[in-house]
Ligand binder design. Structure first.
Ligand code: MCU
Length: 417
């Protein structure tokens, strides 16, 4: 079978034309899951070509379009997400190609084989589907990035799909630029950084799961995505760029993931040993080469990572961070996600947002304090679709009193209908 393109072929795939895949929860302790309305991108404002005014010592207003108009409805929000996705791709992530002309898949044993063709070139890759629950299903699954620190305890009833993201785009330092199957297909000078290439890979896994649902028994509308550290950056970007992901679970993603560039720079200027934009682009190829132009003055960017997270809203996001790891930007992720949360607030969807920062565990070893009442509550509600505990979570074991959340987000939070 060949998958049909679901969106018009444009250079940047509008993330917002596929928003209908999350169905309302029927068994929730706190009400139905909020969804975005379908919106015709043709009715959205044009996305300007310039950067706009710099934004210093605060984070960009999610609720004002680049052209100055206010976001006043859920339909506006979908347009604003489309704009933010385009700007993130243009200045930081590189272009996410639209769905390729051909995606085919087959399933045998526990191996899902995926073949993709575009422009006369083809690649194929495999993922393994493990811990498939017994019974007819369909069953939910969590796509797990790579082999570095994959440590989330996935409860019974949820399959795991192991995604070798390095096979799609390498991440062994600067020499990895343009290497991997994504670049075999699109060319080694494609603008996408590794995070975008991996998100594209996740989208192809979802395509393949849609094509093979009868064979795999996996429900492609109940998918989570996770990864830790560099692969946590991959997980949050995949959740942001692929609207068919129901639950995004980035673990200790830090700078370049759940952290904001501006807050990391502020931490660094206050003498802390924090990874910032200038360092991260020298360490690895996670971002587009286009980002290099902005890393010395991130105030120019018309976004920060609170808006990356906001591409997920009102879908479910549970962010896990480690308070003991200064390098990851512990104030940055706390502040960035605390402000990101206001996007779920505007949509009446606070039950779909969690941020939890604890310590006492080594990097990427999942602490049990986040399991029962947090991770499992999210998995119960958004993947297993049964009532569970509270999923409106924002907590840290440190106070971060030097960071003033309101000063960094001085804009109003509308109530969007
Ligand atoms: C938190 O993710 C990265 C971090 O950005 C890097 O600076 C560091 O070298 O590696 C972390 C990681 O992926 O650890 C496994």
């Amino acid at each position: 079978t060949t998958a049909q393109p679901q969106v018009p072929t444009t250079t940047a795939r509008p993330t917002t034309t596929l928003v209908t895949s999350i169905v309302a929860s029927t068994a929730s302790s706190t009400g139905p899951v909020v969804t975005n309305p379908p919106v015709n991108p043709g009715t959205c404002p044009n996305i300007p070509s310039g950067l706009g005014s710099p934004v210093a010592n605060q984070l960009n207003d999610p609720f004002t379009f680049h052209n100055g108009n206010k976001v006043t409805s859920k339909a506006d929000w979908v347009c604003r997400q489309r704009e933010i996705s385009e700007l993130l791709q243009r200045y930081e992530l590189g272009t996410l190609p639209p769905r390729p002309s051909s995606v085919t898949a087959s399933f045998s044993g526990s191996t899902l084989s995926i073949s993709v063709s575009e422009g006369g070139k083809s690649i194929s890759f495999t993922v393994s589907i493990n811990n498939r629950p017994s019974g007819a299903g369909p069953h939910p699954a969590i796509i797990n990035f790579g082999t570095i620190g994959a440590s989330l305890p996935v409860p019974a009833g949820v399959a795991t799909i192991n995604f070798n993201n390095d096979d799609i785009a390498q991440q062994q330092g600067g020499s990895s630029r343009g290497r991997g199957k994504f670049y075999d297909l699109y060319g080694s000078s494609h603008s996408a950084g590794a995070l975008t290439a991996w998100a594209w890979g996740v989208s192809r896994i979802v395509d393949a799961l849609e094509l093979t649902q009868a064979q795999t028994g996996i429900d492609p509308t109940r998918l989570g995505v996770t990864g830790c550290s560099r692969n946590g950056k991959g997980a949050i970007v995949a959740g942001a760029l692929e609207p068919r992901i129901a639950l995004t679970l980035p673990q200790e993603s830090g700078a370049g993931g759940s952290g904001c560039w501006r807050i990391a720079t502020w931490q660094k200027n206050n003498g802390q040993n924090v990874q910032d934009s200038t360092q991260i682009v020298q360490e690895n190829v996670w971002f587009s080469p286009n980002f290099n132009t902005y890393v010395n003055n991130v105030n120019q960017l018309p976004f920060d990572h609170h808006l990356l997270a906001g591409l997920i809203a009102p879908r479910a996001l549970y962010v896990m961070e480690n308070v003991d790891m200064e390098w990851l930007g512990k104030i940055s992720t706390y502040g960035c996600m605390g402000i990101a949360r206001k996007q779920w607030e505007a949509l009446g969807a606070l039950d779909s947002f969690g941020y939890s920062q604890v310590g006492g565990n080594s990097h990427c070893s999942f602490p049990s304090s986040q399991q029962g009442s947090e991770l499992n509550a999210f998995i119960d509600k958004f993947l297993l679709k049964r009532s569970g505990g509270n999923t409106n979570i924002f907590r840290s074991t440190q106070t971060h009193s030097s960071f003033n959340m309101n000063n960094w987000s001085p804009w109003a939070v509308p109530s969007l209908n």
